[in-house]
Design a protein around this ligand. Structure first.
Ligand SMILES: C[S@@+](CC[C@H](N)C(=O)[O-])C[C@H]1O[C@@H](n2cnc3c(N)ncnc32)[C@H](O)[C@@H]1O
Length: 314
């Protein structure tokens, strides 16, 4: 047991990145976190292969920097959003990459730190920013979004059935004073959402997930990062994405499907007029998931789904 975030699906990550066969080139870890996956990649790839680690969270980068120090110049660090992958690589003077890993969401270290406000179980400020330089916090969203916007957030990003009821409960609480603390919001949600007696998840789970996604604009970052990775992956370069909830997984799955198909003409047209060619070969017809043993050892991996594809130029 270490103090670090426990990385999920390690063997599959190495397999789908084809790490052991990489003798040179650059693999980008777009969600460096504590550097667990990056360390494995560096250990398994040839000494000519470098890793560029990106994270929005400066404190995660600091931890990873210490952990990966033994790899010296084989690893680089960038504080940024993987949605800016093209700009980041341009600034680093890198033209093409051999692989991109996206291990989405937040790390255990972020969730477990009450000061970051991600957990509905720990008292702290209702913050939820991955990058503390960003302006919008979760408490800020509760203050500034209209009822309709807030309801949209809970319904769309949390797939929450009781979104209207939740917004009403938050407004009622705000009439007495601002809602700025995690446990304060958690209690409002528990009171507002009638959880079935045998519910598997805490009544605040979906709403906290929704706010986190909104604060960090996670789904748009994912869409942009996936799209722009196509311009920087070399022929045979691999894209590996691990998602932890259905909204992310759906985006990855849909993106892979569209890019593998290439043509976007309506099915009623007898011949292709769009001229779009496929850009990837999907390597995981079904997502890879953790074994029972991995889930036992690392329960947070239980919802992980890994999808991978290879860049092709036709
Ligand atoms: C699940 S953790 C990654 C853990 C990492 N694979 C490891 O082995 O330690 C996700 C990390 O990605 C970062 N992150 C999430 N979305 C990001 C984005 N759009 N751009 C850059 N970093 C992001 C988070 O700050 C967090 O540190």
């Amino acid at each position: 047991m270490t103090d670090y975030h426990e990385p999920a699906l390690c063997e599959k990550v190495l397999h789908y990145l084809n790490a052991a066969a990489r003798k040179e080139g650059v693999i980008v870890d777009g969600t460096l976190g504590d550097g667990g996956h990056a360390e494995l990649i560096l250990r398994n790839a040839g000494p000519g292969c470098r890793v560029l680690g990106i994270d929005r969270d400066a404190s995660a980068l600091e931890r990873a920097r210490k952990r990966l120090a033994p790899f010296g110049g084989r690893v680089g660090f960038v504080h940024g959003n993987f949605s800016d992958i093209k700009g980041i690589l341009r600034r680093e003077g890198i033209v093409k990459i051999s692989g991109l890993l996206l291990d989405l969401g937040v790390s255990s270290r972020q969730i477990d730190n009450p000061e970051r406000g991600f957990s509905f179980m720990r008292q702290g400020p209702l913050d939820m920013r991955m990058n503390v330089d960003d302006k919008t916090t979760a408490a800020g969203l509760l203050e500034t979004l209209s009822d309709t916007e807030l309801e949209f957030v809970f319904k769309t990003f949390g797939e929450e059935r009781f979104s209207r009821r939740i917004v009403r409960a938050i407004r009622k609480a705000q009439a007495k004073g601002p809602v700025t603390e995690t446990l304060q919001l958690s209690q409002i949600l528990v009171n507002a959402v009638s959880a079935p007696r045998h519910a598997k998840i805490h009544p605040a789970t979906r709403s906290f997930q929704a706010l986190r996604i909104a604060v960090n604009d996670e789904l748009e970052s994912l869409k942009t990062g996936l799209r722009d990775s196509l311009d920087v992956l070399e022929e045979g370069g691999r894209l590996v994405a691990i998602s932890f909830h259905s909204l992310e997984d759906r985006i990855v799955k849909q993106f892979f499907r569209t890019e593998e198909k290439g043509c976007v003409c309506p099915p009623r047209l007898p011949v292709c007029v769009c001229g779009r060619k496929r850009t990837v070969r999907v390597l995981t017809p079904k997502p890879a998931t953790p074994s029972r043993k991995e889930v036992q050892d690392n329960p947070r991996a239980s919802s992980a789904k890994l999808r991978a594809c290879e860049r092709v130029y036709v």
